[in-house]
Design a protein around this ligand. Structure first.
Ligand code: FPP
Length: 312
């Protein structure tokens, strides 16, 4: 039997949130053809060993074999629907604290909320979902939390990849990859490559990303083209810069709707350029508690907005 050893300190043991329904179906932690070379290390009892983990299907998991599309909510109109929804998934830490748990438990529950969101977006015809998973400003967090998050990203991508392929979901990751663990980079490369032809929903995960970082790297790229004689200085305009932003991985780079959970009213260095005409929606729910009802409310609010893009 294949066994998977996750480099997660035992004090941050992954916690599967309690099932929300009575559905007792389980599915095995799927092993994609990707090889987990980095998971082979085992340092005595420091790390949790996971052997063919059976994860309870809580009815929200995109990964469950019995995934069914969510019917379109009666409360919403078919149009207008945002093509691109961006989310600042905030409040994992507070969610865990309220339950006397470690921050890692909040992030784990946050990953479940994200899977649910992916399922809803894919079911309701939203084309792009961009989520802020880790900011360039988050590197200052305790190492144990950063390591946990990196492992969680890798594990979650791995566990969902087969389902993404089956459901027509493309995954893209944006951000400063130079600081990411090699094993996560390999997983990202594999996931992006194997889902690149999918077109139902594009999930863009921003890891080690910030809006300022993105604008700076785009400027660098434009400057290099000028230096190399590919581009004339006079040719630089907004379109040229936009094409160099990392959101150039999608057909719809500018979100129509930004959702931020946990009651904070800021954009925290997320997609700064791309948010120029985005409708903002703030909700008090902590990210792990943000579910279908809250998403319907956000979409309903979006449907009541009058978007003028500077015109009348
Ligand atoms: C902010 O909450 C959240 C994060 C820094 C991490 C977000 C990560 C996930 C939701 C995990 C799933 C992601 C993927 C791609 C699998 P916080 O910890 O800052 O919350 P707090 O403000 O309450 O402390």
């Amino acid at each position: 039997m294949l066994s998977l050893r996750l480099p997660i300190p035992i004090e941050n043991t992954l916690i599967t949130p309690p099932p929300k329904s009575n559905n007792k179906n389980t599915y095995n932690f799927s092993l994609s053809p990707y090889l987990h070379s980095s998971y082979s290390c085992n340092q005595a009892n420091r790390f949790l060993t996971v052997t063919n983990v059976a994860i309870h299907n809580d009815g929200n998991s995109v990964g469950s074999a019995d995934t069914v599309a969510e019917p379109f909510p009666e409360e919403l109109n078919a149009e207008p629907l945002p093509k691109h929804v961006a989310v600042i998934m905030d409040g994992n830490g507070r969610w865990a604290k309220m339950k006397n748990l470690m921050p890692s438990a909040g992030h784990q529950a946050g990953a479940e909320a994200l899977k649910n969101m992916v399922k809803l977006c894919a079911s309701w015809g939203i084309k792009v979902l961009t989520v802020f998973a880790f900011s360039t400003d988050n590197w200052v967090r305790p190492k144990v939390e950063v390591d946990f998050l990196m492992s969680l990203f890798e594990k979650t991508i791995n566990s969902e990849i087969d389902i993404f392929q089956r459901e027509g979901i493309r995954i893209s990751v944006i951000g400063d990859s130079s600081r990411l663990p090699k094993s996560l980079l390999r997983m990202i490369e594999y996931a992006e490559e194997s889902t690149k032809e999918n077109s139902k929903l594009q999930l863009i995960v921003a890891v080690s990303y910030s809006g300022k970082y993105d604008v700076a790297q785009a400027c660098k790229s434009v400057a290099k083209k000028v230096k190399d004689g590919i581009l004339d200085l006079e040719e630089i305009n907004e379109d040229i810069i936009e094409k160099e932003l990392e959101t150039n991985c999608t057909e719809f780079p500018n979100p129509d709707l930004l959702i931020r959970t946990s009651g904070e009213l800021r954009v925290s260095n997320f997609l700064l350029w791309q948010l120029a005409y985005t409708e903002l929606y703030f909700n008090r729910a902590l990210w792990p508690d943000f579910g279908k009802e809250e998403f319907v409310e956000a979409l309903s609010s979006f449907q009541q907005r009058k978007r003028r893009f500077g015109g009348r």
